[in-house]
Design a protein around this ligand. Structure first.
Ligand SMILES: Cc1cc2nc3c(=O)[nH]c(=O)nc-3n(C[C@H](O)[C@H](O)[C@H](O)COP(=O)(O)OP(=O)(O)OC[C@H]3O[C@@H](n4cnc5c(N)ncnc54)[C@H](O)[C@@H]3O)c2cc1C
Length: 361
């Protein structure tokens, strides 16, 4: 069985790892570097970890498992009739093809946007690191987990950090929770500008509806744009991302999609945790086993500076505090979500309990 995976991010590499030895696995990756950890990029920019620590798998790791890794190779088209992936370096026949092309960073569409960097790849991180070391300060746009991770780590490293976010709350959470996170990060040195809309940028700063914020280095760290172009060019259906069913099947026979590039039930993934979880289930499905990924249940664990935050399941609507650091959300009598602040160790137990409908103590 020839399994061809497009994309060497966490989704692609997890699938390759799981099926190597059982299938003939080829991974096609347009970047000319081995797999690296995106969640660790802000730690590297802050100077907490060396570049080599970003790379968990060497080339030998792939060779030892018999995975055919084609770096610097861009997938251009899926020839569905001939079951061939067309790349800029030649054609690769497949029995099953998995698109795991991820996403790119969203750009802020304002005049002067060329003065605002984005963060997604190692090259982006290198550029930000170089500029940060020159400037000693940074303005970060966004109120999601990438912005908060970056802000927390850079403040902890001693840089001057401003965070500009148009929303009222952080991470889409309620005011209570958002305030707790803001206070922690403010304590670490982050200067917050909430409910502030960026209107434009120049070399020296950012124009907003609340005045001009000075700062030469600006990084937009909100939102993703799923890489769906390969699918679209190949006549595979896509909305915001590549449309998949409960078994990761796209509209083309024997073509699947996982991770940040895929859309299920109107929702696009967005975390490494989801990409890896989906790869595990798809591996079982491709082996012929019966398995399901629960798209309705999402959870993610983060660390902003030294402050842990776990977001589990549904966290909208009224919630009640369970102790000082855990807020639980209910539908009727049933707990459907929770947010754990600070020490997130107990979050794993809570995640299991909520998912399986067990009592919460
Ligand atoms: C700074 C930062 C911090 C983050 N922190 C966290 C965190 O703390 N926790 C968490 O869970 N998630 C985090 N994420 C999100 C996480 O990294 C992504 O959700 C995850 O990488 C998605 O995995 P993926 O395999 O779907 O795609 P990606 O990691 O985007 O990988 C897709 C790969 O496909 C390649 N590709 C694209 N098109 C083609 C083509 N046509 N041909 C060949 N190759 C192609 C790309 O070059 C890329 O290497 C973070 C992301 C960033 C940027």
């Amino acid at each position: 069985m020839q399994l061809v995976i497009v994309g060497n991010g966490p989704g692609g590499v997890e699938l390759a790892k799981r099926l190597a030895g059982e299938f003939n696995v080829t991974v096609v990756e347009k970047e000319n570097i081995p797999h690296y950890s995106k969640p660790l990029l802000s730690h590297h920019i802050a100077g907490f970890i060396s570049e080599e620590k970003l790379f968990p798998y060497s080339r030998e790791w792939y060779e030892e498992r018999g995975i055919n890794l084609l770096l610097g190779t861009e997938a251009k088209l899926v020839d569905r009739l001939r079951k061939v992936l067309v790349t800029d370096k030649g054609e690769i026949p497949y029995d099953a093809l998995v698109i795991a092309t991820g996403a790119r960073a969203r750009e802020l569409e304002v005049p002067g946007k060329e003065h605002i960097l984005t963060l997604r790849t190692l090259n982006d991180a290198k550029l930000i690191k170089e500029r940060l070391e020159e400037e000693g300060e940074i303005t970060i746009l966004g109120g999601g987990f990438i912005a908060l991770e970056l802000a927390g780590n850079l403040a902890k490293a001693g840089y001057t950090v401003r965070l500009v976010h148009r929303g009222r709350t952080l991470l889409g959470l309620d005011r209570d929770l958002s305030e707790r996170i803001r206070v922690e990060l403010e304590g670490a040195g982050v200067e917050f500008h909430l409910e502030t809309n960026a209107l434009g940028a120049d070399e020296e700063g950012l124009k907003t509806d609340r005045g001009y914020i000075k700062g030469r280095l600006k990084v937009c760290a909100f939102g993703i744009v799923p890489n769906r172009e390969l699918a679209l060019k190949s006549g595979i259906h896509a909305g915001r991302g590549i449309l998949i069913d409960d078994r990761f099947r796209t509209s083309a026979r024997d073509v699947y999609a996982i991770g940040d590039c895929a859309e299920h039930g109107g929702v696009v993934g967005g975390t490494a945790k989801a990409a890896v979880g989906q790869a595990k289930v798809l591996a079982n499905l491709l082996r012929g086993a019966d398995d399901r990924y629960d798209f309705s249940f999402r959870s993610a664990f983060f660390k902003f500076a030294d402050f842990g935050v776990a977001i589990i399941g549904k966290t909208k609507g009224p919630g009640s505090w369970l102790g000082e650091d855990t807020k639980v959300f209910y539908e009727g009598e049933s707990p459907v979500g929770a947010v754990v602040l600070g020490n997130v160790k107990k979050a794993f137990r809570l995640e299991k309990a909520i998912k399986e409908g067990l009592p919460i103590d």
